[in-house]
Design a protein around this ligand. Structure first.
Ligand code: PLP
Length: 231
């Protein structure tokens, strides 16, 4: 027997509340982003009926299909996957947020393609804090220059930093990578870039991320169940 989506969503909310309490942070300090990649629009609809409003997608095509299918619902769509320059238009037109900005060219295209009638697109610069070659994200030492350039684009609103740490169960290593992202954000603040968002923490490590200052946790499998193909 598996729990229902609403039960799992309740469990994740409980974990998030407990993590905030343990960290001495108010529960409203952390937003739960439900990562619905690979799951059908009907699952998004079900989570929405349970009060969930922010959803994350990794694939432009899924963002397009689900945002179209659920156009009548008040949903905040977050694009969190790798972004190629020939796919930016859909994100610029459909998303409220993009977390995965790791080069200026992508940011420039999103800014140019953001429709005039929409507010600026909220964005995060993705930083490769694990130093793994295979990972997307800019190098930590590039983050300041990229953030400055992104902040200057007229149709984007730079909100913060995002990371995906290396896949490890070593809590100390994970915590060190979350701390690095928080320190980078503090460094940017010292340089005059005041940001309000740290997008870090997933199903397995949201407690650690909240302890280190996450303001958005991106949770997929703990809400929607195991994905049938690994991503
Ligand atoms: C898939 C994904 C998540 C969610 O991962 P879970 O382990 O299922 O919670 C979060 N962030 C990004 C960027 C992802 O691709």
């Amino acid at each position: 027997m598996t729990d229902s989506l609403s039960t799992r969503l309740q469990q994740v909310r409980g974990r998030l509340q407990a993590a905030c309490a343990a960290a001495g942070r108010p529960a409203e300090a952390v937003t739960l982003l439900a990562v619905s990649k690979t799951f059908p629009a009907t699952d998004v609809q079900e989570a929405h009926a349970c009060g969930q409003r922010a959803f994350g997608e990794n694939y432009v095509q899924e963002l397009q299909q689900k945002s179209e299918a659920l156009a009548g619902l008040a949903i905040e769509w977050h694009f969190i996957g790798p972004l190629q320059s020939n796919k930016t238009r859909i994100v610029a037109e459909r998303a409220h947020w993009a977390h995965s900005i790791d080069r200026l060219k992508i940011a420039e295209r999103l800014s140019a393609q953001r429709p005039d009638e929409l507010p600026p697109l909220n964005v995060c610069v993705q930083v490769n804090v694990s130093g793994e070659d295979s990972k997307s994200g800019c190098a930590p030492e590039e983050a300041l220059a990229l953030a400055r350039a992104v902040a200057a684009l007229p149709r984007l609103r730079l909100r913060g930093l995002m990371c995906i740490p290396e896949p490890t169960e070593d809590a100390a290593r994970l915590a060190a990578q979350f701390v690095e992202l928080r320190r980078l954000k503090e460094q940017l603040a010292a340089e005059g870039l005041a940001l309000d968002t740290l997008s870090m923490g997933m199903s397995a490590d949201l407690e650690l991320a909240v302890a280190e200052g996450a303001t958005v946790v991106r949770v997929g499998s703990a809400i929607f169940g195991q994905r049938s193909y690994p991503l």
